[in-house]
Design a protein around this ligand. Sequence first.
Ligand code: PLP
Length: 295
Amino acid sequence: MTWRFALVLEPAASDDSRTDFADGFREIDPSAPALSVGELSTQRGDGIFESIGVVNGHAQEVGAHLERLAHSAGLCDLPAPNLAQWRQAVEVAASHCPSDGEGVIKLILSRGVEHGPAPTAWVTAAQAADNTAARERGVRLVTLDRGYSLDTPARAPWLLLGAKTLSYAVNMAAIREAKRRGADDAIFVSSDGFVLEAPTASLVLRKDGRFITPAPNAGILHGTTQLSLFDHLTELGHETAYETVPVSALAGADAAWLLSSVRLAAPITAVDGAEMPVDRESTASFNDYLLSPRD
Ligand code: PLP
């Protein structure tokens, strides 16, 4: 990833009614060391983040990402972020993304320095990787047991299963395991046999013309890309639904996709070695929509 820009925020209280936070940001050199060695984000992965796709300089679905940042902060007992301040930081970062092509803005809110006074917050902007191959050729998946049953998030909320925390070591290990098994990516399944999400993407499948995604109350992230695509599909008159999806439903789907903010829609071409039908026309139209300016 080529980092182009970074800024540090002086986090403002959520009830700070300023409309201009320009003096609450400090631009930093994205290639120079910036964090204290006492940072709890690096020591413990204790913090939350968002990755926002940027297309031709336009940051996509900023409101949905900020809402999820606030939701994750609540689950993690972090101070509520001042969304007006973060929105302004995103605007500044977007102006440093490629005006022609794709970028990615990351928002990070960490618990801060051990015994320190405040959370640490920063924003980066970078050029996005080229995701053409995944969008056009698709991804082969393996199912991986996440080790939790569908009711675990309700019984054990301290596992923070619905928060987008910085603790992604498990997610990265799942992708490495998928690659060891000859696939491109993984799909997590619950210990009681239901489909959840990929390590960095949501799952949508189509069955008999209905678009279905696993319900987010099963301890998975509510994907901003899936939400946006469902709005679009509803406008086009398609039926969409949040359901509890048994693993066996994958084999019976007419088509399925992984959706995420930067890679966008990647059609699933195989699951555990079994080929899946691929709808290239719908995939192309999804990606056309996802690449159009979205707020
Ligand atoms: N699920 C997980 C675990 C993720 O990490 C992500 C994105 O990073 C998603 C789903 C998809 O979310 P979004 O569409 O907002 O990128």
